[in-house]
Ligand binder design. Structure first.
Ligand code: SF4
Ligand code: ZN
Length: 119
């Protein structure tokens, strides 16, 4: 089987990161903005759309580092600020709600640190 998602032509790594960022933003919006019916407020909706678009167009493809450690962070400054705020808030909380997702994310992050040190 190919390592691309045939339905969307997105690699598994990008697909996983899209799912993680979606969970992080949903958690943030639920706690901070209290939107109705499990949906996102318009600001968080825009941030999610933007983050997904960035991931789909990531220049590193399957070799991408975590966005937090990316040397060429592609987010606009205001969106970068917003996603950092979301990560700071939702990261530790996701560790309780979806520990497996969070562990995978942290392993990816740790691998990036190790390869940075080797360089
Ligand atoms: S910040 Fe870096 S790793 Fe994240 S999507 Fe943009 S280019 Fe890719
Ligand atoms: Zn919101």
């Amino acid at each position: 089987m190919s390592d691309k998602d045939e339905s969307s032509n997105i690699s598994p790594k990008i697909r996983n990161e899209k799912q993680t960022v979606e969970k992080l933003i949903h958690l943030y919006c639920e706690k901070k903005h209290n939107p109705s019916g499990g949906s996102l407020c318009s600001k968080c909706h825009d941030l999610l759309e933007y983050s997904h678009q960035r991931l789909e167009q990531c220049r590193y493809h399957e070799d991408k580092p975590t966005c937090r450690k990316c040397p060429t962070h592609c987010y606009k400054p205001n969106m970068r600020k917003e996603i950092r705020r979301v990560m700071r808030f939702s990261g530790p909380r996701l560790a309780f709600r979806a520990p497996l997702d969070w562990i995978k994310h942290r392993i990816h992050d740790t691998k990036d640190s190790k390869s940075e040190k080797r360089e």
